[in-house]
Design a protein around this ligand. Structure first.
Ligand code: ADP
Ligand code: MG
Length: 316
């Protein structure tokens, strides 16, 4: 199979929203009047972002999911995406499974694949997404104010715990490990939440590098500090058997959870609790923005200091 047959078989799908999709030198797109486009890209590299033996269907899901998570964090509705692949060889079973995972999530999220690039090379998957948000309503990192509540969706730490177990740094019972691997391999982008947070959240982002590091970005952009209450931070239940220090590290500094962290004025507490009910998604109020800078976590009045705040590809 040559490059063009490969694209035609696995990645050329009819354009719906796009004026012109896969097949020309470029796609043609037009956002609805009054909308702005949120554009983001995320790359997954074998050995760095995923284990070489990962299920290709899960990988197809994850490559798109981590990008959709960025749209969720902006409060944008998914519109279009591109997929650029470097493949070491043409393995049709692998490609079919990868494409199945990718397209299933694309259909669910209503995002349209309109182009990409396919080349030979070390396995690398680069996805770019564009989503629409009403002009001026995107959720930025910079809108927080001291006194705002800090919230987080879902539960934290499962993906990092799965990585720790895979690396031999921790151990979990089989069932707990399965739950954690599910979170690592098939993250759920919180699109409905992001959309609903327009007009409610003052600042938002998705947790890809770790809660403390990512909330630190809101702090920097909003010129605030933050104080968190350890007891309020929702650890994934599968982490219950881990030693306290490992659990804290995973919950506070583990990456790859793709939950949303956001800030909102206290007057929205009732609406956010109601939203949590509507979405069937836990929303936890874990602390508050304060004056100054830096993110501090307290457990019964004692300051917690995890060894590492979050993931950094170029950390020494
Ligand atoms: P060009 O040579 O102009 O860069 P290509 O030959 O790389 O174009 O690709 C041909 C068409 O197929 C283009 O429309 C491109 O966007 C699309 N395409 C290539 N690879 C992929 C892919 N992995 N997924 C979706 N579309 C792709
Ligand atoms: Mg061309």
């Amino acid at each position: 199979m040559n490059e063009f047959e490969l694209i035609a078989r696995y990645f050329n799908r009819p354009a719906r929203r796009a004026i012109l999709g896969v097949g020309d030198d470029a796609a043609l797109l037009a956002p609805e009047p009054g909308m702005q486009l949120a554009v983001s890209a995320d790359m997954l590299v074998e050995g760095r972002h995923f284990f070489p033996d990962v299920d290709p269907e899960a990988l197809g899901h994850k490559a798109l999911a981590v990008n959709l998570s960025d749209l969720a964090a902006m409060g944008a509705d998914p519109s279009w995406c591109t997929l650029s692949l470097a493949l070491p060889c043409v393995d049709e079973a692998w490609l079919a499974a990868f494409a199945r995972g990718f397209h299933a999530l694309a259909d669910e999220a209503d995002i349209e694949l309109v182009g990409g690039d396919t080349t030979r090379g070390p396995l690398t998957i680069a996805v770019q997404v564009a989503g629409a948000v009403p002009a001026g309503q995107a959720l930025l990192r910079s809108g927080g104010t001291p006194g705002d509540d800090v919230w987080v969706s879902g539960t934290l730490g499962a993906a990092a715990a799965a990585v720790a177990v895979r690396n031999g740094d921790a151990s979990l019972p089989d069932e707990a490990m399965r739950a954690c691997l599910g979170r690592l391999d098939r993250p759920t982008p919180r699109l409905a939440l992001g959309r609903a947070l327009r007009g409610l959240a003052s600042a938002a982002l998705d947790i890809s590098d770790g809660l403390l590091a990512d909330l630190g970005h809101i702090g920097e952009r909003s010129a605030c500090g933050a104080e968190l209450d350890w007891e309020e931070i929702p650890a994934h239940p599968a982490l219950a058997s881990l030693p306290e220090a490992v659990r804290q590290q995973a919950v506070l500094a583990g990456g790859d959870d793709y939950e949303l962290c956001f800030t909102a004025p206290a007057l929205h507490r009732g609406r956010l609790q109601a939203l949590s009910q509507t979405l069937g998604l836990p929303l936890s109020r874990i602390g508050r923005l304060v004056g100054g800078q830096g993110v501090r976590v307290f457990n019964a009045g004692q300051r917690l200091t995890p060894a590492r705040a979050g993931f950094d590809h170029f950390a020494a």
